[in-house]
Design a protein around this ligand. Structure first.
Ligand code: 5RP
Length: 225
């Protein structure tokens, strides 16, 4: 199977996972990226079985609306039953690196409102130690150089993602060269740098379940403690 086939298979597994749990008033949180897009496209067939969704990006919101799925502002809702999204890396604790698609801030916000965070990924995203994928950090544009200097002090090699402006008007620094032994500690430390909007470590709030597509089928994984 190529990577897109794996992404489609895990998107289908996520639909199968939530389908028995959907009720008329269920609200879903929906992520961003190519795996999330496959999930959105499959969800269209089941739109009569739940109330609607909150999206983590303008792109996902538009895709949902095109399929006739009602999209709510996060401020208009209380609790989301599930948040379903891809990842750039996951370790065995289901701590993630996200933000390859520059939607990390809204992804983290929507995740925080969800009862269950279901991560969907193909096996290329599975790692022992986070950090081979450059860690995205969203920054206030005027603070970019300050934040970059502080990230160097934390052992990283930040590279400005040229031409990328997020849905929030932020810019992205991709931090190379990290071997993240303490994801919770690094997530917290980066959050303390003035000018940082969010970083792409999802360790303080990791995924609750990972559906991982492999050539021999989709595995359902829970965090190793
Ligand atoms: C977007 C993300 C995506 O979930 C992540 O980049 C994975 O993307 P894809 O499903 O296209 O491989 O965090 O900000």
């Amino acid at each position: 199977m190529n990577q897109d086939d794996l992404k489609k298979s895990v998107a289908q597994a996520a639909v199968d996972y939530i389908l028995p749990k959907l009720e008329n008033d269920t609200l879903l949180g929906i992520g961003t990226g190519s795996t999330a897009n496959f999930f959105i496209d499959l969800l269209g067939e089941h739109k009569a079985k739940f109330d609607g969704a909150v999206a983590s990006s303008e792109a996902s919101a538009e895709r949902l609306r095109k399929l006739g799925i009602p999209v709510y502002e996060l401020n208009a809702v209380d609790q989301l039953a599930f948040y379903i999204d891809g990842a750039d890396e996951s370790n065995a604790g289901l701590q993630l690196i996200k933000g390859g698609g520059a939607a990390l801030t809204r992804e983290k916000i929507v995740t925080a409102c969800a009862g269950e965070f279901i991560c969907i990924a193909d096996e290329s995203k599975w790692v022992e130690i986070l950090g081979a994928f450059p860690l995205p950090v969203e920054v206030i544009p005027m603070a970019r150089s300050l934040v970059a200097r502080e990230l160097v002090k934390l052992g990283g090699d930040p590279v400005h993602r040229a031409g990328c402006i997020t849905d929030n008007g932020g810019e992205i620094l991709d931090v190379h060269g990290l071997q993240i032994q303490d994801p919770v500690g690094l997530e917290s430390a980066i959050n303390q740098i003035p000018g940082v909007i969010t970083n792409g470590l999802f360790a303080l709030r990791s995924a609750d379940v990972l559906l991982l597509a492999t050539d021999s089928g989709v595995k359902t994984l829970y965090p190793a403690r």
